[in-house]
Design a protein around this ligand. Structure first.
Ligand SMILES: [Zn+2]
Length: 390
């Protein structure tokens, strides 16, 4: 029997993009979406179309551009949001409307000023409208982990009855603990899903540093979609880091016997591309994609790794797409070496762009002995000016 599949839902362009320092321009979002497609994510959440004209345009463009993943658009449980999302998703090969409403008492009272009965009504109406306007509907109960569990199950049942086939259980404020979260997932599976063909999804925030651990616990309890972002960007302390979740499943497949569509060698290129677009990089000791993730400085470690990498490495750098540093780019490097490095990082250019980029590369190589990935990324983005000035 082949292993059960975990769907990977990427929200770098929505939850990630709406966090401080992470705004992206349209062409940058399209580059990122192409890289996510190469990475093999199942769903790309491309934006929140009612929130801004920019989000609407991004969802529309990505829907037209990407054929290898389902495109999702976020909306509140409000008809005008849903129609706007459906409109933006029109060109998608496969479209998903992702509608959400808060279910915790604190959100109902202070944010929504709605009763529980009103929330149930909004859920029913909006999921019904959404299911007529997209290929599939995902429903999220915002702040699920701080909601009354009986009410939460009632809301999820209402959404499922109205046509939602993915039920997302967000730990919106990064509050839950792994064992507590897995209990909640089991309860929803028993009380809401039963025999129905419905996927339980999880969306974890990292306020206590538990987003990936909670996602893994949820999968063991029956969740079959995991939401995350590249480099773990997202509101406050961020979302579950997609690369960490995927590599935990890969390295510990003995404990996590599930399949997914991710090409892990595209993780590092995705991380580098995102870092080049937003206003901050990856912390050096970040798992999987940080600069030090595969660095060995202590003498005894170096000796061990040289004798056999398995002494200290549980995965190889190549498995996540960290390039071997045989080739150092410098002023003697030709166009071919430069373009093949860009290709490894996920970028392709037309003839006009190549000419301009190569000229800028040569200018930089005249001033700087070794050209690193960060320099190559700076060459093609706005930060180039800052680097040249330094
Ligand atoms: Zn979130």
């Amino acid at each position: 029997m082949s292993p059960e599949k975990i769907a990977i839902f990427d929200t770098t362009l929505r939850d990630g993009e709406q966090s401080p320092g992470c705004s992206m321009f349209l062409d940058e979002k399209i580059d990122m979406a192409r890289q996510l497609e190469r990475l093999g994510v199942d769903v790309i959440e491309a934006g929140f179309p009612i929130a801004s004209e920019g989000d609407y345009r991004a969802v529309r463009a990505i829907s037209q551009e990407i054929t290898g993943a389902t495109i999702a658009a976020l909306c509140r449980t409000v008809p005008e949001d849903i129609y706007r999302a459906a409109d933006a998703l029109k060109g998608a090969a496969r479209s998903r409307i992702h509608t959400f409403v808060a279910t915790s008492d604190i959100h109902l009272q202070y944010k929504l000023q709605k009763t529980r009965a009103e929330v149930l009504e909004m859920t029913k109406n909006s999921v019904s409208i959404a299911s007529e306007n997209a290929d599939e509907v995902e429903f999220s109960a915002e702040d699920a982990t701080r909601s009354d569990v009986d009410f939460l199950c009632e809301v999820f049942s209402t959404a499922a009855d109205a046509g939602a086939t993915v039920l997302n259980v967000p730990d919106t404020v990064g509050y839950t603990m792994p064992h507590e979260y897995s209990n909640l997932i089991r309860t929803i599976k028993d009380r809401v899903v039963g025999d129905r063909d419905i996927t339980i999804s999880v969306h974890c925030h990292n306020d206590l540093g538990l987003a990936v651990a909670n996602s893994l616990a949820a999968v063991e309890a029956g969740a079959r979609q995991v939401e995350g972002t590249i480099n773990g960007i997202g509101e406050r302390a961020g979302n579950a880091s997609l690369e960490e979740f995927v590599m935990a499943c890969s390295v510990r497949s003995d404990k996590m016997p599930f399949a997914n569509n991710i090409d892990t060698t595209q993780l590092y290129p995705a991380s580098q591309m995102l870092a080049s677009i937003i206003s901050f990089g990856v912390q050096p000791n970040k798992a999987i994609v940080g600069r030090n993730a595969f660095a060995h400085e202590a003498g005894i470690h170096q000796h061990g790794v040289l004798s056999n990498p398995l002494c200290y490495e549980i995965m190889t750098p190549e498995s996540v797409g960290v390039p071997k540093n045989d080739i150092v780019l410098g002023k003697h490097s030709g166009r071919h070496a430069l373009l093949s490095r860009y290709e490894q990082l996920g970028f392709e250019f037309d003839a006009g762009e190549i000419k301009e980029i190569y000229t800028r590369f040569v200018e930089l190589a005249d001033k700087k002995k070794n050209i690193y990935d960060q320099d190559l990324l700076a060459i093609i983005h706005d930060r180039a000016t800052a680097v040249f000035a330094a």
